[in-house]
Design a protein around this ligand. Structure first.
Ligand SMILES: Cc1cc2nc3c(=O)[nH]c(=O)nc-3n(C[C@H](O)[C@H](O)[C@H](O)COP(=O)(O)O)c2cc1C
Length: 234
């Protein structure tokens, strides 16, 4: 099976049948999510797994009553940092250096560059930036689920503030970004299951460019490193 065949097979399942996803398949999907790349390798997000039916019933109430929330086997909740702090970034970089057997100071200059950039960009930008990283992990989980023939529904249709309250995330430094019920389709009750998969035609989706198509009047900066960029970003 190729990745493309798996992606063709998957769809945003509207009705699930309540069947359990085996632990090894769940672990595989979570591992794919964990292996996702992230900006500066910070992994500024985490995944919360809920299979407790009573909690799922409550989550469904803050997710526009979408049935997949209670008919799934496991619900993955992606939650990202609400902002960048010296402490959070230092903790990750120190761990990275420990794992690689390098001194903590190795990352100091780079760390200062990104912290300066983040600070200048403001808290709202920071939370948004962290949330974007969580979507990369989310996409990996979706692809891995398809590979495991586990159905999944990407869901943004929920009230993040209410969900954060329900999951006791308030004050934790994390905000929920997107959720992913995992389970198995109930074809007889799913209006989407036999619908054609529709995507933008390739010729409209992919654009090839050469220098001839590019703007020739851009005032390009001299080549610079991230270091010097950080100093000039004001
Ligand atoms: C970020 C994101 C949020 C989505 N939110 C919902 C949702 O709240 N409920 C739902 O039923 N589908 C949701 N979808 C599913 C999309 O509608 C679906 O992926 C899209 O129409 C393409 O169809 P396919 O996934 O079946 O190929 C969401 C998809 C993404 C990527």
């Amino acid at each position: 099976m190729s990745l493309l065949t798996d992606l063709e097979w998957r769809y945003a399942t509207k009705k699930m049948n309540g069947e359990k996803v085996p632990q090894e398949k769940l672990d595989y999907i979570l591992e794919a999510a964990r292996m996702a790349p992230s900006s500066s390798g910070l992994q500024q997000y985490k995944v919360i797994v809920v299979s407790d039916k009573a909690l799922l019933e409550r989550i469904r109430l803050v997710a526009y009553d979408q049935s997949q929330i209670t008919d799934c086997s496991h619900l993955l909740i992606f939650a990202a940092w609400d902002g960048y702090t010296d402490e959070r970034v230092t903790k990750v970089f120190n761990y990275m250096m420990d794992e690689r057997g390098l001194p903590h100071e190795t990352m100091n200059a780079y760390k200062q560059v990104i912290l300066d950039l983040y600070e200048r960009s403001g808290q709202e930008w920071q939370a948004h930036h962290a949330a974007k990283q969580s979507y990369i992990s989310f996409a990996m989980a979706i692809a891995a689920a398809a590979e495991q023939k586990v159905d999944a529904t990407p869901i943004e249709g929920f009230l993040p503030d209410k969900l954060d309250e329900l999951l006791n995330l308030k004050g934790s430094g994390y905000k929920s970004t997107v959720i992913l019920p995992l389970g198995y389709r109930e074809p007889g009750q799913d209006w989407l299951v036999n619908m054609k998969k529709v995507r933008t035609p390739k010729e409209l989706f992919v654009t090839e460019m050469t220098l001839a198509d590019a703007c020739s009047s851009v005032d390009l900066p001299k080549p610079m490193t991230l270091d010097s960029f950080a100093q000039k970003a004001d």
